[in-house]
Design a binder for this molecule. Structure first.
Ligand code: C2E
Ligand code: SIN
Ligand code: SIN
Ligand code: FE
Ligand code: FE
Length: 483
């Protein structure tokens, strides 16, 4: 059927132009409009839209066309037009009533729409990566971070499910670590040998494996049945690599065909990278915790070693300082000192006389009373302790005992003549234990006192040498120990 000649001026316009007659048939179509409809002009002219594009009568566009034909009202809108092959194009559409029917002007805006969609996807994906970053930075809980990675994977890639398999480096088996979107819990039993199945292949070859038809491409191992029961159709496995070594595999499942474009694949790769960083971080943190633990242990051993060496030099009986320390820790707990400070108190007690390292043997081992000059040196041992321990940051919090264990409640002690509760509590408690232990032991300058006299001395000194409450706690501890 030929076109009316009056519209020849529209034939070569870049905009699509068409006129639909009151009989709903194409009256005129220019080249661009035909191209928009993916038809030729002769295929369209004289035919009805509903016959050429089945289903078009159900669209908003067709409803507006009908309204324009019947009520003579113009319309302007953006229209997504789906072709018989399933693809979609976007048009900016204007409809105007004309004497012959309705004039339709259409401009293809697919490229703009596509760009908008891509931009939106990009923003969503950036946001997703940022959320994972936040999770990595704000928590040391690896499981929590991995869950965040999976949430973002499923939401941003618009897939049905995702799972993370972590490599057990000893058995070379990929073991389930986290999952999202599965109907059953079968996935949690996943154990895939490296090299086996799709995930194992992704791991072995260190490259992404895409399976677009799982039903005709079943995995050659145990998961086949459970994955089929989930109704998955498409699948992608991405190896998780960090600094060149394999950490695991990120798996993505969909219950419909997936047609991944480059942007989608790039984003999946970005998520896999984030997951790798998270796993690597988690492991580093664990290793760090481990080496901190080892270091702490090494420190404690070193301190105990020093403490033994000090006892030997002081000619103390074996285990003397450990016993004093144990009693001090008991008193500290009774006094309600929080557990995190107990470790400092323990170290402080072990090292209480470390300052005697600065006192010459001739004074320390003198069988008789000290001269005034000798006393001057002996009284320096708390200050020596301070000078020794203060530069060691790790030991600084335990200084109160080595520095203040010879202070007295009435202010007559040394080195600072502190009075009452200006003396750190730990040192007040320790002072009682120290004198108790010293009087119970033989010294180069005198023999050990009988226990009853030692306790009588301590009771007597409550309020002058000792904090009365410290004495009370001490006597209670001795009673508890006796019974
Ligand atoms: P140390 O022998 O371990 O004594 C610790 C603290 O227990 C003493 O601190 C003191 O408060 C108490 N103490 C020990 N022995 C006696 C005692 O026989 N009588 C009484 N009432 N209290 C006693 P202090 O006095 O500040 O002494 C610090 C350190 O100085 C002593 O540690 C010891 O190494 C040394 N020292 C003290 N007096 C003499 C002494 O007469 N001769 C010698 N060679 N060294 C002494
Ligand atoms: C300490 O950290 O050694 C004890 C603090 C105190 O109670 O004085
Ligand atoms: C000790 O008990 O080892 C000596 C006590 C002290 O003088 O601090
Ligand atoms: Fe001392
Ligand atoms: Fe001592």
């Amino acid at each position: 059927m030929s076109q009316p000649a009056d519209f020849a001026i529209l034939d070569h316009l870049l905009e699509g132009c068409q006129i639909i007659g009151f009989d709903r048939r194409y009256l005129y179509v220019n080249e661009t409009a035909a191209r928009h409809g993916r038809r030729t002009i002769p295929e369209l002219v004289g035919r009805k839209m509903v016959d050429l594009y089945p289903g078009v009568e159900a669209t908003t566009m067709y409803a507006l066309l009908e309204r324009c034909l019947n009520e003579r009202t113009p319309a302007e809108f953006e229209n997504a037009f789906t072709y018989p092959n399933g693809t979609t194009a976007w048009f900016d559409v204007k409809m105007e009533p004309v004497p012959a029917g309705v004039f339709i002007l259409s401009i293809d805006i697919s490229a703009r729409k596509q760009a908008e969609t891509e931009l939106r996807d990009h923003l969503h994906r950036l946001e997703a990566l940022r959320m994972i970053d936040v999770a990595i930075i704000s928590t040391t809980d690896l499981a929590l971070t991995l869950r965040s990675v999976l949430d973002q994977t499923v939401a941003s890639l618009q897939v049905d499910a995702a799972a993370l398999l972590l490599l057990n480096p000893y058995s070379l088996i990929l073991e389930f670590s986290a999952g999202h979107g599965f109907n059953s819990r079968d996935i949690e039993k996943t154990q895939v040998r490296v090299g086996q199945g799709h995930a194992g292949r992704a791991a072995l070859e260190q490259k992404t494996v895409v399976v677009s038809d799982m039903l005709n491409n079943p995995e050659t191992f145990s998961r086949e049945n459970s994955l089929e029961a989930e109704g998955f159709v498409s699948y992608v496995a991405v190896p998780l690599l960090s600094r060149g070594s394999l950490m695991g595999v990120l798996e993505v499942f969909h219950r419909a065909p997936l047609l991944p474009d480059q942007g989608w694949m790039d984003f999946l790769q970005a998520l896999a990278t984030q997951a790798s960083i998270a796993i690597d971080n988690g492991r580093l943190y664990k290793d760090l915790q481990r080496s901190n633990f080892d270091l702490t242990l090494a420190y404690e051993r070193t301190i105990e070693g020093w403490s033994n060496a000090l006892d030997l030099r002081d000619r103390e009986t074996k285990g003397h300082t450990l016993r004093v320390t144990e009693m001090t820790v008991t008193l500290a707990r009774m006094a309600g000192i929080p557990e995190n400070e107990i470790a400092h108190i323990r170290r402080g007690a072990l090292l209480h006389d470390i300052g005697k390292m600065g006192v010459p043997d001739t004074i320390l081992h003198k069988p008789g009373p000290l001269s005034e000059d000798e006393w001057k040196i002996m009284r320096k041992h708390p200050a020596y302790a301070y000078d020794l321990l203060y530069p060691i940051e790790y030991l600084r919090p335990c200084l109160s005992i080595p520095y203040a264990h010879h202070e007295k409640w009435d202010g007559s002690g040394y080195p600072q003549c502190l009075r009452g509760d200006h003396i750190p509590l730990a040192a007040r408690l320790f002072a009682v234990v120290d004198v108790w232990d010293a009087l119970s032991s033989n010294r180069p300058y005198r023999a050990a006192w009988p226990q009853a006299e030692v306790l009588e001395h301590i009771r007597q000194q409550a309020g002058s040498h000792f904090d009365p409450q410290a004495v009370e706690l001490f006597l209670r501890a001795i009673r508890d120990r006796g019974s």
